[in-house]
Design a protein around this ligand. Structure first.
Ligand code: ZN
Length: 856
């Protein structure tokens, strides 16, 4: 479709021409409960000025049809000016009024205005999600972050519904059996940040207030919503507690009062991402409403997301990047602040352990793809932008900010943030604007900040840091040096920890040296003369972003005693380093699995334990030599059963190991236990087999060919909910039959009607490690379809297809060759599509290297 993929050049040109005074948007969604109604009425009035009267420009709109449009009172012929993606505007005046009356489509892909019907009670729910450029699916606009404007939303909705938007409602009036919700004007915000949430949502309310330095009191009404059928599971008090702690914390640190009036947090169905920072109306995926038992790690993660989105009210919403090149300006900050705020202001004290172990693993993975990029990226168009919500922009950026805090100091960092808000409130910025304030507040000056930025923000890739140690005849260190590897060497502020055994066998830190590592080799002078320790841990305390390597003796200590490291963060770093070595083929996968089998049972951090479970499964499925899979799988399943039986009744660990047993079960006895737990004929003291755990068990049994369609249907009847429907779909797709695979494939490939969440369920079920032969025939079909799927589907669904069906479990040379052939023959394919395939290709090649290393 012409003009759908808005480019940076076009956006720059438009921003130099136009400035927007305001939008009035009227949406009529009274048709939403009627499943046959495909569209809703959207009428937009935009007032804007143009620096060059007589010039032409365009508005963005992705809609089935435009009924009527006028520019400055002049009627425009929709057939002539609207091509499905843009409304052409010719002959602009100095001051303009554009009115577009359109029929926009209800979405099933999570982009635009998503419509969902709750299977539990038949109720219909709507919400919007736009980032980076989908507001144009709901109303005509200038879809780019730097054309900020105030908005007035009016929504006509069924009478029984409530409607939420960025601003509070000004009035609600009955009209023709419906209700008209008129909202107050927003502050100037970007199109992608506007939001409407409508439906018979359950709501909990609270409020937060704070006295400001000028003696006035800031009052912020709080709301939290979810679907009615989830209300019994909704722990709004816990959400409000974290919300208030966050508001206290950010006001203290940022010294800029929350600018958007009220603070609603809406948990919505079939959400594509974790959450979105719409000012005053944050949307979250409803997996954060826990309907079954989850571990503490899930609560911690939710608190992190609540704080991440809240940090965006300042970084992102108050001050917004000019274009998507600087997406990191908001995402890296929010990601950092999510963990920082959690550690400083809430009861979740493992935030930095989780960050080191999970969040950074995402960054390390992404940063080693051939498609990696500097934190400040080169984003040519909105398709590029969509793909850049990645491990670099979020996790690496946040890790680098953590390094910046170590480099510039915490006070300088926050003082810089305060000045940045003051100087740029309601405006748009680029990297230089931030560096400018930090140069002043850190006292390091512009030159140093420019060098730091050049090294960390404007280059790609990860360094490895390896200790080199020499000892004398008495076992004393004669030299300890840190060798830096990688294409670009960077300045690192790091801590080096020396660890030795205590009487009880625990490995504890006996010395810590903090130093700047610059260049290829840096000596740790203070270590000279000390006895050689059992373990040398570089990047102790996780100050910098690097791959941690070990000297030979330290590696031997890890292999024999990783679980003996007493400090949780140091242990998490050791796990993380082991995983990176496995991925790099430096530690055979079977040795990594052996570490998990021996030491995961004593891992005290539940988030780390769950990460180990996921990584062990990957290690077995893709990194281990195929000849070792049966043996490795048996050992993992046996350890899962052993730890499950040993875990304290009712504990998080017990639940985690139960899920892991479901994920790894192999033997007849193990499967019989899963069946017994479902039937209630087997019991594990303290383990409640609740609905989500039941589905984990069913999916495992289905994949093993031990669940019939009738059994899965019966389970769905028992759990006739949104989540139940997704899990049942996944279980059906997981069955080891050619027919089940064909049905899953066809459901996604042959129809564009499947909603986003169901696409995810089908692809998750389709790919099973034990079914490589069944799914192998789909490799050729996958590559045949790639380009047409990319062209015809929404980008969200296309991304899910590319990643979900890539033959990632077919780890053989033939699949690698097929991938390379497609890449060679499709040099001209959409760059965003090529990027995704290149990343999948890289994982596959990495798997083959790791398998070779595992064969030894
Ligand atoms: Zn974010």
């Amino acid at each position: 479709m012409p003009g759908k993929n808005l480019s940076r050049d076009e956006a720059q040109q438009r921003a130099s021409l136009l400035s927007v005074h305001g939008y009035e948007v009227h949406l009529d969604v009274t048709s939403a409960p009627d499943a046959d109604a495909a569209t809703f009425r959207s009428t937009t009035t935009i007032r804007f000025s143009c620096t060059t009267p007589g010039a032409g420009s365009f508005a963005d709109l992705l809609a089935p049809s435009v009924r009527a449009a006028t520019l400055n009172g002049r009627r425009l012929d929709p057939a002539a000016v609207f091509d499905g993606a843009r409304v052409a505007l010719e002959g602009l005046e100095a001051e303009n009024v554009l009115v577009v009356d359109a029929d926009c489509a209800y979405s099933r892909t999570g982009e635009g205005l998503h419509r969902f019907t709750d299977p539990a009670d038949g109720e219909t729910y709507l919400y919007t999600h736009y980032e980076p450029a989908e507001a144009r699916r709901v109303f005509a606009n200038f879809e780019q972050p730097d054309l900020k404007a105030p908005y007035r939303f009016t929504v006509t909705a069924p009478a029984a519904w409530d409607v939420y938007s960025n601003a509070a409602e000004e009035s609600v009036a009955e009209q023709d059996g419906a209700k008209v919700w008129r909202f107050l004007e927003t502050k100037p915000i970007s199109t992608y940040l506007t939001a409407v949430v409508a439906g018979p949502y359950h709501v909990a309310r609270d409020h937060w207030s704070r006295e400001l330095p000028d003696g006035s009191t800031l009052e912020i009404p709080l709301a939290a919503t979810c679907r009615k059928s989830l209300a019994p599971h909704f722990d709004a008090e816990e959400i409000f507690e974290v919300t208030k702690q966050g508001l206290d914390f950010f006001h203290e640190e940022f010294q800029y009062p929350y600018p958007f009036g009220k603070y609603d947090q809406c948990f919505v169905p079939e959400y594509n991402i974790g959450a979105m920072e719409n000012p005053g109306c944050v949307t979250f995926k409803e997996d954060f409403v826990f309907r079954s038992r989850v571990t503490e790690a899930a609560y911690e993660n939710r608190a992190n997301v609540v704080l991440h989105e809240m940090a965006h009210m300042w970084f992102g919403d108050l001050v917004t990047m000019k274009w998507w090149d600087d997406l990191w300006l908001k995402e890296s900050f929010a990601d950092f602040m999510g963990s920082f705020g959690q550690q400083e202001a809430t009861k979740y004290q493992a935030a930095w352990v989780t960050f080191a172990n999970q969040r950074k693993a995402w960054a390390y993975r992404q940063d080693q793809y051939p498609t990696t990029h500097p934190i400040t990226a080169d984003i040519r168009d909105v398709e590029d932008a969509k793909l850049n919500f990645d491990g670099i922009t979020y996790a690496k950026g946040a890790a680098v900010l953590k390094q910046l805090v170590a480099y510039a100091g915490r006070d300088a960092f926050f003082e810089g943030a305060r000045r940045y808000f003051q100087q740029h409130a309601f405006g748009n910025t680029v990297l230089g604007d931030l560096l400018e304030v930090l140069a002043v507040t850190s006292g390091r000056g512009g030159q140093a900040m420019a060098e730091w930025s050049a090294a960390w923000l404007q280059t790609a890739g990860v360094n490895s840091l390896t200790p080199q140690v020499t000892v004398d005849a008495e076992g004393r260190i004669t030299e300890l040096a840190i060798e830096q590897g990688g294409e670009v060497l960077r300045p690192h502020r790091i801590a080096v920890g020396l660890y030795d055994r205590e009487a009880d066998g625990a490995l504890v830190r006996t010395a810590r040296f903090e130093l700047d590592v610059t260049g290829a080799r840096s000596a740790v002078a203070e270590a000279t003369g000390r006895p050689r320790p059992a373990l040398i841990l570089v990047n102790d305390d996780d100050l910098t972003y690097c791959k941690i390597r070990f000297d030979a003796d330290s590696l031997a200590t890890l292999r024999s005693s990783l679980g003996d490291i007493r400090e949780p963060l140091a242990r998490a770093l050791a796990w993380s380093a082991s995983w990176n070595m496995t991925r790099d083929g430096l530690l055979p996968a079977r040795d990594y699995l052996d570490l998990v089998v021996r030491f995961a049972g004593s891992e005290s951090d539940i988030g780390v334990l769950q990460t180990l479970h996921a990584q062990a499964k990957s290690a077995l499925e893709v990194f281990a030599d195929p000849g070792y899979r049966a043996e490795g799988g048996r050992l993992l399943a046996e350890s899962a059963l052993r730890e499950l039986r040993d875990a304290a009744p009712g504990s998080d660990r017990q639940l985690a190991w139960a899920r892991f047993l479901a994920a790894t079960a192999q033997s007849e006895a193990e499967f019989q236990l899963l069946e017994g737990l479902l039937a209630g004929t087997a019991r594990i003291d303290g383990l409640e087999v609740d609905q989500d755990l039941r589905w984990s068990l069913w999916i495992a049994l289905a994949a093993a060919g031990r669940a019939t369609v009738e059994q899965l249907d019966a389970e769905l009847k028992r759990d006739h909910t949104a989540s139940g429907s997704q899990k049942a779909t996944q279980a059906l797709a997981a069955r080891p039959t050619a027919a089940a695979k064909a049905a899953a494939w066809s459901a996604v490939a042959d129809s564009d009607q499947l909603p986003n969440a169901m696409v995810g369920a089908q692809t998750a079920g389709f790919q099973q490690a034990g079914q490589r032969e069944l799914t192998a025939p789909y490799t050729a079909r996958y590559f045949e379809l790639l380009e047409s799927i990319w062209a015809e589907r929404s980008i969200e669904i296309a991304i899910r297809f590319v990643g979900g069906f890539f033959p990632r479990l077919q780890t053989d040379e033939a699949t690698l060759a097929a991938t390379d052939a497609w890449l060679t023959e499709h040099q001209q394919a959409a760059p965003a599509l090529r990027r995704l395939v290149l990343e999948c290709r890289d994982e596959l090649a990495r798997a083959l290297r790791a398998q070779a290393a595992d064969r030894g």
